[in-house]
Design a protein around this ligand. Structure first.
Ligand SMILES: Cc1cc2nc3c(=O)[nH]c(=O)nc-3n(C[C@H](O)[C@H](O)[C@H](O)COP(=O)(O)OP(=O)(O)OC[C@H]3O[C@@H](n4cnc5c(N)ncnc54)[C@H](O)[C@@H]3O)c2cc1C
Length: 471
């Protein structure tokens, strides 16, 4: 593994190698950052953070988001599109167009990237600023390499689903910006070395854990909160919601008692569905809080929410840790099953998104399909975006295999609802996710992506096997 310290070292390494895999924190859930031979370039030492100025900050690709946030907070600033795992690196999150809970208010990584520095497959360096290079009217980019040679890159013609977050191969739109081609390309078109990111004043945030009696009630509350947020963004209300997370009753049951004890939250009834609501307040949080209580009353939510008000960082962290205990508890359970039953057992989950008005239908679809396939399951995720992660709770290797078929069937259903089966985790080398990508854009769409890759990386050097195969 190589640990280049600057762009010139990255360039020399890429130029000399025949196969290259750039990696960040390797938190990918798709196998995209798992070495399989060839040179692995760790971006860890590209760790510079510039002093933020004029609403932007320059950062090395190897900066973990948690460190970026720490540096920004010292200047009263914040970088909003953070995935749930904040140890992810800037380069990895841009390469997967990562998004998190607060996509609802802030969008995904793409909207926050102002400029990129990229090392191409031949070692050429590219400095891109948003607005400088856009696709021609007939659908091409012209890129000049360091040698002076000009490469023509075709813009794919497939239609991307209209959803708030998407990590499904190459971005494609008439007149698109070249920056957007590299955002979400999962390392297949170049190695990102630096980025200039937009930042905002650090918001004052509150969190509320809401116990709902059913999934339908949780969906109704989320719909009301989205409407309240939209009003507040128009200056017409105090409840500025930035994220709502959903934990269904099956996921709640997976949580061990210690998780609730550590959060200081009593374990709810076995049929309860939890929502973790994040909202932003100015100097006075009373009005927002009163509005939140009115929404919960209007949706007939009986239980009082557990609150962490602005400034109560510990209280908020306890609630977020409870949310995080959901995937980690399931992962621990899967590891035990794997050790006891079959080493081939692994995490099998969807990363599905639908337009919000189809959310209820999508949850009904996930439940119906899991039940048809005779699978145990749990569902959680970023409900304010309509993005949920239906997870198989595997008991046997057969469950894993049937789980793949179940998720493929759900994917067809969400595409029919105008959604997408690849919202935020990307495609990587996962056979299942590559199948979902083919299902979304068809073989023609994949061939259009191959044409982009071939133009920029004719030797198929960068991240081979990620997104799609060479043939
Ligand atoms: C507990 C947990 C929760 C998660 N929650 C979320 C979530 O809420 N939202 C979300 O979007 N994701 C989530 N993820 C997935 C993961 O954190 C994201 O995909 C993240 O963006 C990956 O960043 P990374 O630095 O770990 O990249 P890696 O995993 O190292 O790499 C990911 C991909 O990007 C490529 N890459 C990495 N760095 C570069 C670079 N400098 N140049 C070019 N290519 C590069 C790699 O080759 C690989 O294909 C979660 C993961 C975990 C484990």
């Amino acid at each position: 593994m190589a640990f280049p310290r600057n762009e010139s070292e990255v360039s020399a390494l890429v130029a000399s190698a025949t196969r290259v895999l750039p990696i960040g924190a390797q938190s990918s859930l798709t196998g995209g950052a798992t070495p399989r031979g060839g040179m692995v370039i760790s971006t860890r030492s590209l760790a510079r953070i510039d002093r933020p100025a004029d609403g932007v900050v320059g950062v090395g690709a190897g900066v973990p988001l948690v460190e970026l946030q720490r540096a920004l907070a010292a200047a009263g600033l914040y970088y909003p599109p953070v995935p749930t795992f904040d140890g992810a690196f800037v380069g990895g999150t841009i390469s997967t167009n990562a998004a998190g809970a607060a996509t609802f208010k802030y969008g995904s990584a793409r909207q926050w990237v102002e400029a990129l520095r990229v090392v191409l497959a031949d070692g050429s360096m590219l400095a891109l600023r948003r607005g400088d290079v856009v696709a021609s009217a007939d659908g091409w980019f012209e890129i000049e390499r360091t040698s002076g040679a000009v490469v023509r890159v075709p813009v794919p013609t497939y239609d991307m689903p209209d959803v708030p977050k998407l990590s499904a191969g190459y971005f494609a739109r008439p007149g698109m910006d070249l920056v957007d081609l590299f955002v979400g390309a999962e390392g297949t078109l170049g190695v990102l070395t630096e980025a200039t990111l937009r930042v905002i004043p650090l918001p004052r945030r509150c969190a509320a854990l809401v116990t709902c009696a059913s999934s339908d009630q949780a969906v109704a509350v989320t719909g009301r909160l989205r409407a309240e947020a939209a009003s507040s963004w128009r200056g017409k209300g105090p409840l500025d919601v930035s994220a709502v997370e959903y934990i269904d009753e099956r996921a709640v049951r997976i949580l061990p008692d210690e998780a609730f004890a550590q959060a200081g939250v009593p374990r709810p009834a076995a049929t309860s569905v939890l929502l973790l609501v994040q909202f932003e307040v100015g100097s006075d949080d009373e009005a927002a809080l009163a509005r939140l209580m009115a929404v919960l009353d209007s949706c007939a939510v009986d239980a009082d929410p557990v609150l962490a008000l602005a400034g109560d960082d510990r209280g908020a962290a306890r609630l977020y840790n409870l949310r995080e205990a959901v995937p980690s508890s399931l992962n621990a359970q899967i590891a035990l099953t794997k050790a006891r039953i079959d080493p081939g057992i692994h995490k099998t989950a969807g990363d599905l998104i639908v337009p919000f008005d189809r959310l209820k239908d999508s949850i009904a679809l996930y439940r119906r399909v899991f039940e048809q396939y005779g699978l145990d399951y749990a569902i959680w995720g970023h409900v304010s975006d309509g993005n949920l992660h239906p997870n198989v709770v595997p008991r046997t290797l057969d469950d894993v295999e049937r789980g793949h078929d179940a998720i493929t069937e759900m994917a067809r259903g969400v595409v029919a609802m105008g959604g997408a089966p690849l919202a935020e985790h990307g495609v990587g080398r996962s056979e299942l996710k590559q199948r979902l990508l083919r299902g979304l854009y068809g073989e023609d769409g994949i061939n259009e992506m191959r044409a982009v890759k071939r133009a920029l990386d004719p030797g198929w050097k960068l991240s081979p096997g990620v997104l799609f195969s060479e043939q």
